[in-house]
Design a protein around this ligand. Structure first.
Ligand code: SAM
Length: 252
């Protein structure tokens, strides 16, 4: 999977891309991330990326020209590929499991370009020229698109076969099957008087599987009943998977 990120803070990504599952995915060639400094595409000597808003008001707006040049440079470097261009934005489609899978498929085929905004946001004409889709990580506002981009990259990396050591753990992840995950326990057997459920010590794998299914359903009912309501709406008898069939740029 190929992901290119355009940002004014490429350094924020370095430790993230060198650590844990994402770091190993990059090391093993399963994921490639290109970092592009927006300021490399400015033309003034201060390398400025923002300006005052037309119409007045507070704050600064990221100007269009550098963004358009930066995205086109990434596209040109992509050659035959036509990467899907995503602006991280609180106004976008809220990210969920289905959205992550869809973006993972696009990233695996043609690659993704992630645009990380800052300040009051980006000149609207960037959206009209070089953005295919806006993606939000939730209905709240953070100060820049860098953390949302990292959230997306980490979620995408889990979809790449071989990135998560035990593939079954991705299958059991919350939301994967329209349910939350079951509870997990590890040593010691008793913590503050709370014992591990007997069934998990029984060695009876069928019973353990049944218990985990029941617990996943119970957790979903209690914590996220909306997921079950959504499932009921999709129709009885259909499983939750029924619909799923430049110079200073840095490479990780
Ligand atoms: N004024 C903008 C608004 O209310 O829609 C918010 C601008 S925010 C301070 C600066 C940048 O952070 C945005 O351009 C976007 O790239 C990123 N951002 C903030 N919240 C986000 C969210 N929930 N999801 C994705 N990106 C977000």
């Amino acid at each position: 999977m190929r992901v290119d990120v355009i940002t004014i803070f490429p350094a924020l990504f370095a430790p993230f891309l060198a650590t844990s599952l994402v770091g190993r995915a990059i090391e093993r060639g399963l994921l490639a991330v290109g970092l592009h400094d927006l300021r490399d595409h400015t033309e003034d000597r201060h390398r400025s990326v923002d300006d005052e808003p037309y119409g007045g008001g507070g704050g600064m707006v990221m100007a269009a020209p550098a963004w358009i040049k930066a995205v086109r440079a990434v596209e040109q470097a992509a050659g035959e590929r036509r990467p899907w261009r995503v602006l991280l934005s609180p106004q976008g489609r809220r990210l969920d499991e289905a959205g992550v899978r869809e973006l993972a498929a696009r990233g695996g085929e043609d690659g993704l370009v992630l645009l990380c905004g800052r300040y009051e946001g980006i000149d609207e004409r960037v959206l009209e020229t070089v953005v295919d889709e806006e993606i939000s990580i939730g209905d709240y506002v953070v100060s820049g698109g860098e953390l949302p981009a990292m959230v997306l990259i980490e979620a995408l990396s889990r979809q790449i076969p071989g990135v998560v050591g035990f593939a079954g753990s991705v299958e059991q992840d919350s939301f994967r099957r329209g349910l939350l995950d079951h509870p997990h326990y590890t040593r010691p057997p008793v913590v503050e008087g709370l014992a591990v459920p007997d069934v998990l010590l029984s060695g009876d794998h069928a019973a353990i599987e049944r218990w985990r299914e029941e617990q996943a359903l119970a957790a979903t009912r209690t914590k996220r009943p909306d997921l079950l309501a959504g499932e009921a709406e999709r129709g009885a008898g259909r499983g939750p998977d029924a619909d799923r069939d430049t110079d200073r740029d840095t490479e990780f």
